[in-house]
Design a protein around this ligand. Structure first.
Ligand SMILES: [Mn+2]
Length: 368
């Protein structure tokens, strides 16, 4: 959220400065550093865009106009434009796959620990504030033509406010994330957007809800949101972890029905060439509904024989650490089984090694 909005607000600011100085040769592209298809997983961002720009998803809206990392060929862009420079926001060390961009970085605006990297940087603003966007907003505040632009476009100031609200947990002092600059940026944006304390609190609550409500995501998105895989003994094991729940009122099974959910799991299994898949869910129910609960669903791909699959499922069920008890309908769902996991402290750190050990005990799978 902070990364997206700080990048957007910085690129817009630089664009306004260009107009102001009549520099027509340079253009600034805000680059969203994720593939476009991953945006739907960031439910609080899509919510913020929908609230501030209700038409953002339409063909004339903001979303189609944004550039995501999988939509630009940075290598050829840089090769063809020797003057290309890169500004980075909300981080000050490139990820290993982007380290080749280091010579082109001329500007860093960030609130993480300063790693003092990249010698070509001309402007380096790294301060430990709550939200990186607060630092960019400070730059907006410095230029009257920027403030004038925001006054013309008050929804933009609301959008700039959203990461600051999230990152400071609505300026809640018990979380100790708020710095004076977050407050001054908020006050500046608040006065321009015309928001009241009440409407700001409501916006924060909506954003928090959006961030933690996954029930609008498709099953494929839920399965890939937090997914890790490993190859053991020639078998590919993929484990998805989801902060929602399978069984129960308004749960995943109720939403999709077991047939549809199984179809989606099967497609996921094929898409990732899984031999064994697992889905772990964790959810904090209200105390009178059982509090924190975990479910585990393990299944096999088509390459695993029925007897091998039964062996795998029986072995994991016997695992004394996990304390698995059958979910609804005895737990069997097509080529898999689904349990209530009574040991709620066991996470992927326990489940993954348990499944790995079982796969190691099988005859090794020849790579075909
Ligand atoms: Mn940040």
């Amino acid at each position: 959220m902070d990364s997206v909005v700080s990048s957007l607000s910085l690129a817009y600011l630089l664009h306004l400065q260009n107009i102001h100085t009549k520099n027509l040769k340079t253009s600034h592209i805000p680059l969203i550093n994720i593939p476009r298809s991953d945006l739907s997983l960031r439910t609080e961002i899509t919510h913020a865009l929908n609230v501030t720009y209700p038409t953002s998803s339409t063909s004339e809206g903001i979303l189609p106009a944004l550039t995501f990392m999988d939509e630009i060929d940075l290598k050829s862009l840089i090769e063809n434009n020797k003057n290309t420079t890169i500004s980075i926001t909300d981080h000050n060390r490139l990820s290993p796959s982007q380290e080749w961009l280091a010579p082109y970085i001329t500007r860093i605006i960030d609130h993480h620990q300063n790693e003092h990297l990249y010698s070509n940087v001309l402007e380096r603003i790294i301060e430990p504030v709550g939200s990186c966007t607060s630092l960019v907003v400070k730059l907006w505040q410095k230029n009257s033509f920027c403030t004038a632009e925001l006054m013309n476009e008050p929804n933009l100031s609301t959008l700039f406010l959203t990461p600051i609200l999230i990152d400071t947990v609505n300026f809640n002092i018990t979380f100790d994330r708020t710095k004076p600059m977050d407050i001054s940026s908020r006050n500046y944006l608040k006065s321009i957007s015309g928001m009241t304390n009440e409407s700001m609190n409501n916006l924060f609550e909506e954003l928090q809800t959006a961030k933690f409500s996954l029930d609008r995501l498709s099953s494929r998105d839920l399965l890939r949101k937090d997914y890790k895989d490993v190859i053991v003994n020639g078998y590919k094991l993929g484990i998805s972890s989801v902060t929602w729940y399978l069984q129960g009122s308004k749960g995943w099974l109720e939403r999709d029905g077991s047939d549809q959910l199984w179809n989606d799991i099967e497609s996921w299994t094929k898409e990732n060439h899984l031999d064994v898949g697992a889905l772990m869910t964790a959810y904090e129910f209200p105390l009178n509904e059982g509090g924190f609960q975990r479910f585990l669903w393990v299944w096999c791909g088509n390459n695993i024989s029925k007897s091998q699959c039964e062996f795998i499922l029986n072995e994991i069920e016997k695992n004394s650490t996990l304390k698995l008890t059958n979910g609804i309908s005895g737990g069997w769902v097509k080529h898999g089984k689904f349990w209530i996991q009574k040991n709620i402290t066991a996470s992927r750190k326990q489940i993954s090694p348990a499944l790995v050990d079982i796969l190691k005990s099988l005859p090794s799978k020849s790579k075909s």
